[in-house]
Design a protein around this ligand. Structure first.
Ligand code: PHE
Length: 448
């Protein structure tokens, strides 16, 4: 009865697509290229990959295990497994999901706006100045971006209100493969643009001299953001998993897909950026939007590619934003007894209220800064540099030390004993992840 009320995935493929849909989103296509650009390129990429496979993979499994063991939202999962103060970790996750959504929907709103520009033929300009101006015009306006953000928030709420298999799973199954296809085509064009090779070298050839602890901390935050880790989104998705599903193999598939899409996005954006004469460090949050129109313009049927790309970007953002709203909603449903639709409405209203200052911080409130960060910058810093690593650290400690060996039983499938790699996984969760993340957090806090 309880399970029927919560819902569950209809199929294994559906789960993988939904979890990969959660992971693959603006984090890969919008954020990864400009954060890589700002942090020196190839060396950042190398550290990012170490974070993904050194910490991320074992933590993705850990969150899914926690969800499936308990069948609960983040707060409920910590309550069932560890009790005492631990549910606060889930609570931090729910708050973080709301904070991330507040800027996620703003950027997704830009994607919708660009979809209309593409339909209008307004993206045919190729010179960097005009494309910069277009982006500044959109994001600097007080009202327009918020209207698009509201539309996107509404779409997210509707999908979430429709439930797990009916809404999230059905949508992801269709759009994720399409997105992949169009990305490959865009990469092929971008890397063959005249002048693209410098961008390729920047992305793929590490320059270790550009690295400091800030780079490492940025790579860690980016890895967690991109893998949807650290706020219990995957705990929630795991709670809808069938006990028959091979959790480890499916987690690996999700991590690989997410990483491949980030790499494709880097290969698409950074070469095109340098081909257009922009330096990677100066791109900022507008990078993907400012650079890609030049790639479309250099392709046959470029307008069509533009339309397809921004449509799929919006949809990829949607399969991620639902996974940000889902922990909030499942918390309100499981722990507070709300109806799904009411919970989705309340969560969305909170996110939209926060999105207003975020959106204005790209325009009229740009000068409101703290320690050199705008309101958007602060939200992003809180999420990526603090909350996601801290949430992941505490999740690893809870599962690795408080729960310990019984967690291994979750990795047994079809009545067979746990796979041979399961103890290795537990070692990563107990030692590598907590000590590695704690070290990076502490180093990052030491001044100088
Ligand atoms: N992983 C998503 C992306 O890359 C964002 C996200 C973060 C989703 C945290 C859920 C939880 O766009």
């Amino acid at each position: 009865m309880d399970e029927a009320r919560r819902g569950g995935w209809a199929s294994r493929f559906g789960f993988i697509m939904a979890a990969a849909g959660s992971a693959v989103g603006l984090g890969n296509i919008w954020k990864f290229p400009y954060v890589t650009g700002a942090n020196g390129g190839g060396a950042f990429l190398a550290i990012y990959l170490v974070c993904v496979f050194g910490f991320g993979l074992s933590l993705v499994i850990a969150e899914l295990v926690m969800g499936r063991m308990t069948g609960r939202n983040p707060v409920g999962a910590f309550k069932r497994l560890a009790g005492r103060a631990w549910p606060a970790v889930g609570g931090l996750g729910v708050v973080t999901a709301i904070v991330i959504l507040s800027f996620y929907i703003v950027v997704a709103g830009w994607a919708i706006a660009y979809l209309f520009y593409a339909l209008d033929g307004a993206l045919s300009a190729t010179d960097a100045k005009a494309l910069n101006a277009l982006f500044a015009h959109l994001t600097g306006a007080p009202l327009t971006p918020l209207v698009y953000a509201a539309v996107f928030m509404l779409a997210t709420a509707v999908v979430v209100a429709c439930g797990v298999a009916g809404g999230i799973e059905r949508m992801s199954k269709l759009f994720m493969p399409l997105l992949f296809g169009i990305l490959v085509l865009l990469v092929l064009r971008a890397v063959t643009l005249p002048g693209a090779s410098r961008g390729l070298a920047f992305f793929l050839r590490p320059d270790w001299s550009s690295i400091d602890i800030g780079t490492v901390s940025a790579a860690l935050g980016q890895a967690f953001f991109s893998l949807s880790l650290g706020l219990g989104g995957l705990i929630t998705y795991g709670s809808y998993m069938s006990p028959r599903q091979n959790l480890g193999r499916d987690a690996l598939a999700v991590v690989l897909l997410d990483t491949v899409v980030a790499l494709l996005a880097g290969l698409m954006v950074l070469p095109a950026m340098m081909a257009a004469g922009m330096t990677p460090a100066e791109g900022g949050p507008g990078t993907t939007f400012k650079v890609l129109p030049a790639v479309f313009a250099a392709m046959p049927a470029g307008q069509l590619f533009g339309i397809g790309f921004f449509l799929l970007l919006t949809l990829a953002a949607l399969t991620s934003s639902v996974s940000l709203l889902e922990p909030v909603v499942s918390y309100l449903v499981d722990e507070r007894g709300f109806k799904r639709a009411t919970a989705a409405t309340l969560g969305s209203l909170a996110c939209f209220a926060l999105a207003v200052p975020v959106s204005l911080s790209f325009g009229v409130w740009h000068h409101w800064q703290l320690a050199g960060l705008t309101i958007f910058g602060l939200m992003d810093f809180f999420a990526s540099h603090l909350s996601l690593p801290i949430g992941s650290l505490l999740t690893a400690i809870c599962l690795g030390w408080v729960v310990g060996h019984p967690a291994l039983d979750e990795l047994a499938s079809h009545g067979r004993p746990a796979a041979a790699w399961a103890p290795v996984w537990l070692f990563f969760v107990r030692f590598i992840a907590p000590f590695g993340i704690a070290w990076i957090l502490i180093q990052g806090l030491i001044p100088g």
